[in-house]
Ligand binder design. Structure first.
Ligand SMILES: [Zn+2]
Length: 95
């Protein structure tokens, strides 16, 4: 139960979250290149997803709220770590 154990665990969580976000990014198509197909379709060059004009047409990629939240949490945690380098673990000696 030492502070360094907690720090190591926190670092592992941060690293895991970073890897997870990267994994999501790598596996997420942002539909940057599209082409027209037929009369009403917009088709993504990368993932072949289709949007019909009569159903609202092409929708640009947006990150899922969960991804945005995870990214924000990671960022604020990283900032906290950088700012407060204090290591005050409440030492309570009881016998
Ligand atoms: Zn796509």
């Amino acid at each position: 139960m030492t502070p360094s154990t907690t720090n190591t665990a926190a670092r592992e969580v941060v690293q895991a979250l970073r890897d997870l976000l990267r994994h999501v990014e790598v596996n997420t198509c942002t539909h940057e290149e599209t082409h027209r197909g037929g009369a009403i379709w917009t088709i993504c060059d990368s993932c072949d997803r289709k949007w019909a004009d009569d159903r609202g047409g092409f929708v640009p990629h947006e990150d899922a709220p969960e991804v945005v939240a995870a990214r924000a949490a990671l960022e604020s945690f990283t900032l906290t770590q950088q700012q407060g380098g204090e290591q005050e673990a409440g030492e309570a000696a009881s016998g």
